[in-house]
Design a protein around this ligand. Structure first.
Ligand code: SAM
Ligand code: FES
Length: 350
């Protein structure tokens, strides 16, 4: 047997590779290795989750952001971004529509927007928790003090998504302004886990300057953190950012990494992301066939969809929530999987 397959076997057996082994495996991947990996990944995916794909309704509630990440279309320096905030009533309407469509997890994502004070956020979480006691509430609000995370948890939030973006401090520094650091972002993730959130991390694939050694560090950090979810998607350039002229990440490498994550930590919740569907018309299907088990269609009102433009050509910005769910239903069915009505907790069926 050839050595890349042996490394995949080692990963499956021990759940760990050294940094050098990760680099070798990633740099020397081939279609044949990928096929071997995806077969294993699907075996684990189906052991824990069957052919059931979890959905989360994504509500992008503000595109104001105090941060200035170089890759992001809604960074504060982008004067061309048309800014919006949803009201509490609009947010609750999204949940109502989503519930009717079968969503049992709502993901609230936004820029780091000071208008949404701690009190306002707690009020919103509280209202959703009382209105939808059978649903999971996921927050994705960026970096906040531990006390703020704790109070939001107490108000009823269950899960938090915060991608670490890249585990390498110097690479992190080349993607972000000096006031942001990989160390602080990682500390937030440890805080979230300690409080009791089901925690999601992740990174962009093919971000400017990314090397196999950075990806190796990402995999090692994820193994150490032991999150419940890992969201990875290709970097896609946005025309109004400093990275407008950079090359984007590929679907091929993204799905290979999804397969590696599934084999390394078989129970992970792994989304086939919108960014993956944006750069490849079959991206989300390929993601599922590589081991992903979650999709996150958009529930935001159609009038604001285009404005939450993190990268160019983002898909699904014109569709109603029901159309998005229907479209994903058909896509999953076409590859032998099904979207389910379920909170979609970590670990699958008991
Ligand atoms: N503010 C929150 C935070 O910092 O986690 C949530 C919003 S942020 C826009 C969500 C994710 O979008 C980021 O973690 C990043 O990985 C991703 N993202 C931003 N710009 C992107 C781009 N140009 N291509 C692909 N993904 C991007
Ligand atoms: Fe804040 Fe992108 S820079 S969400």
């Amino acid at each position: 047997m050839d050595w890349p397959k042996q490394l995949i076997d080692k990963l499956e057996e021990t759940s760990r590779l050294t940094e050098e082994e990760w680099v070798l495996l990633i740099e020397n991947r081939s279609p044949e290795t990928a096929k071997y990996l995806f077969e294993k990944a699907r075996r684990w995916q189906q052991k824990y989750y069957g052919k059931r794909i979890y959905t989360r309704g994504l509500i992008e509630f503000t595109n104001y952001c105090r941060n200035d990440c170089y890759y992001c279309g809604i960074r504060r320096s982008n004067g061309n971004a048309k800014r919006y905030r949803l009201t509490k009533e609009q947010i609750l309407e999204c949940c109502q529509a989503g519930y009717g469509l079968g969503f049992r997890t709502f993901v609230f994502q936004g820029g780091e927007d000071g208008w949404f004070t701690q009190e306002r956020l707690e009020e919103i979480v509280h209202a959703i928790r009382s209105g939808y006691p059978d649903c999971a509430i996921t927050l994705s609000l960026g970096e906040r003090p531990k006390e703020s995370y704790r109070r939001l948890f107490e108000a009823g939030a269950n899960r938090y998504l915060l991608r670490h973006e890249t585990a390498d401090e110097a690479h992190y520094g080349s993607l972000h302004p000096p006031e942001l650091s990989a160390a602080h972002r990682k500390q937030c993730l440890w805080d979230l886990k300690e409080i009791g959130y089901q925690t999601g991390t992740g990174f962009m694939v093919g971000s400017p300057g990314q090397k196999a050694s950075h990806l190796a560090k990402d995999m090692i950090f994820i193994r150490e953190l032991e999150p419940h979810m890992v969201g990875i998607g290709p970097f896609v350039p946005h025309h109004d950012t400093p990275f407008a002229g950079e090359k984007g990440g590929t679907a091929e490498l993204t799905v290979f990494l999804i397969g590696l994550l599934r084999v390394m930590m078989p129970k992970l919740l792994l989304p086939a992301t919108t960014a993956l569907g944006t750069i490849d018309a079959q991206g989300r299907e390929k993601g599922v066939l590589a081991g992903a088990n979650v999709v996150m269609p958009n529930l935001s009102p159609t009038c604001v969809r285009k404005k939450y433009e993190l990268y160019d050509n983002k898909i699904c910005t014109g569709d109603e929530a029901a159309e998005c769910r229907g479209c994903l239903d058909r896509r999953m069915e076409s590859i032998g999987y099904e979207l389910v009505i379920d909170r979609g907790d970590y670990g699958g069926a008991p």
